[in-house]
Design a protein around this ligand. Structure first.
Ligand SMILES: Cc1cc2nc3c(=O)[nH]c(=O)nc-3n(C[C@H](O)[C@H](O)[C@H](O)COP(=O)(O)OP(=O)(O)OC[C@H]3O[C@@H](n4cnc5c(N)ncnc54)[C@H](O)[C@@H]3O)c2cc1C
Length: 353
């Protein structure tokens, strides 16, 4: 079976790894000149660790990531709730904090151990298909034929555009800010720290390494908005980003399929995006080898729709500017702080969706 994977982000690399461990070494291309240095997704959920275990990727992730076992919610600088991430009663429950570029490096390393490689500097510009094959064309004019093509080329997917698939949804008007920093003395190194500010503003701190953190906010300057003391020694990257809430009307046409952000995108609240793409890639690879490809699109569209709804519900509650909603959120948090059963329900939702 000849498979082309367009895009070497987490979704494309997972598809390639999951095919390779079943004996199918695909061609993986990416228009970048080398791997990305951006640490976009920082939370790896238990489901993704389970998916990536058989290939050996999970072992590498666990060796480098930070085990986040708590969510600490502050009203400005006062702690409102410290929620242990204990949802199912399993001994060791956590979200793994790790910068996305590190996650991609581990996926690439395992892919190369399994005989695969990423061809960088190669951009898909055209594709045509008939009942038996897909013919693709690259920016340099090179053409090739494949049995299947996987569009893992992100939110602005060329593959999706070439298939004429509608990317339905909307863009949020507000700008969010992000900073990846080295810092010392932060007390919450095993926790997601969420600070609720006035008027629906929020700042979140995620540990990535013992002294490396992600700070993200729906304000103009995440670091300036943080009401707690983070002793920053180095700013690796600071910038702004916009959020789109969109989902492809269908996850493929004929012999061409979509995975990851090419099929869906939403806010980083809840930390679902990359994890959803990892699950898409794993399921597509399994169906390519074991059968049931025709059910891929419908199955993953349904999951994607649910995840987008969950992520949007959390974002709206977290950033609500409505004083009644904010009062209710605080009341629920206060109640949860002395109700272990409610805390477990929250934890379960965060860990397992
Ligand atoms: C600020 C921020 C924070 C986030 N935090 C989280 C988080 O905590 N948890 C989480 O789960 N998710 C998070 N996300 C979302 C997450 O980063 C994405 O869901 C994830 O990167 C999508 O992976 P992907 O492989 O589908 O696409 P991408 O990572 O976008 O990779 C697509 C690749 O395709 C390549 N490509 C594009 N077009 C072509 C072409 N024509 N030919 C060849 N190659 C092409 C690109 O160069 C790119 O390398 C965050 C996103 C942002 C912006």
């Amino acid at each position: 079976m000849k498979v082309l994977i367009v895009g070497a982000g987490p979704a494309g690399l997972t598809t390639a790894v999951e095919l390779a461990r079943r004996g199918i070494v695909s061609d993986v291309i990416d228009l970048r000149e080398s791997g990305s240095g951006l640490s976009r997704a920082v939370g790896i959920l238990p489901a993704s660790l389970e998916i990536l275990k058989p290939s050996g990727v999970t072992g590498k992730l666990l060796a480098t990531g930070m085990k986040v076992r708590q969510v600490r919610i502050y009203r400005h600088s006062s702690l409102a709730l410290a929620l242990p991430l204990k949802g199912s009663g399993a001994d060791d429950e956590f979200v793994l904090g790790l910068a996305q570029d590190r996650t991609e490096t581990h996926l690439r390393d395992v892919l190369s151990e399994l005989g695969g490689t990423v061809r960088y500097g190669t951009e898909l510009v055209d594709l045509r298909q008939d009942a038996n094959k897909v013919t693709v064309e690259m920016r340099d004019g090179a053409k090739a034929e494949y049995d299947y093509v996987v569009g893992a080329d992100g939110a602005r997917s060329t593959t999706r555009e070439l298939l004429n698939i509608d990317f339905r949804g909307h863009d949020l008007p507000e700008t969010w800010s992000i900073a990846d920093v080295d810092a010392e003395g932060w007390p919450n190194t095993n926790a997601f720290t969420v600070c609720q500010l006035s008027g629906g503003d929020v700042v979140v701190v995620v540990p990535l390494e013992p002294n490396r953190f992600r700070v993200v906010s729906n304000t103009e300057d995440a670091l300036a908005a943080l009401p707690l003391n983070l002793n920053v020694t180095n700013i690796r990257r600071a910038g702004e980003f916009k959020i789109s809430i969109r989902q492809a009307a269908q996850y493929g046409v004929g012999r061409v399929f979509l995975v990851g952000d090419a099929a869906h995108c939403h806010s980083p609240v809840g930390g679902r995006g990359m994890n959803l793409g990892i699950a898409d890639g794993a399921e597509l690879a399994r169906r390519m080898v074991e059968g049931g490809l025709e059910g891929y699109g419908e199955a993953r569209h349904k999951v994607g729709k649910e995840v987008i709804a969950f992520s949007e519900a959390v974002r709206k509650v977290m950033t609500s500017r409505n004083p009644v909603t904010r009062f209710l959120v605080l009341a629920v948090l206060r109640t949860a702080s002395f109700m272990p059963a409610l805390q477990r329900q929250f934890a379960k939702k965060i860990l397992y969706g």
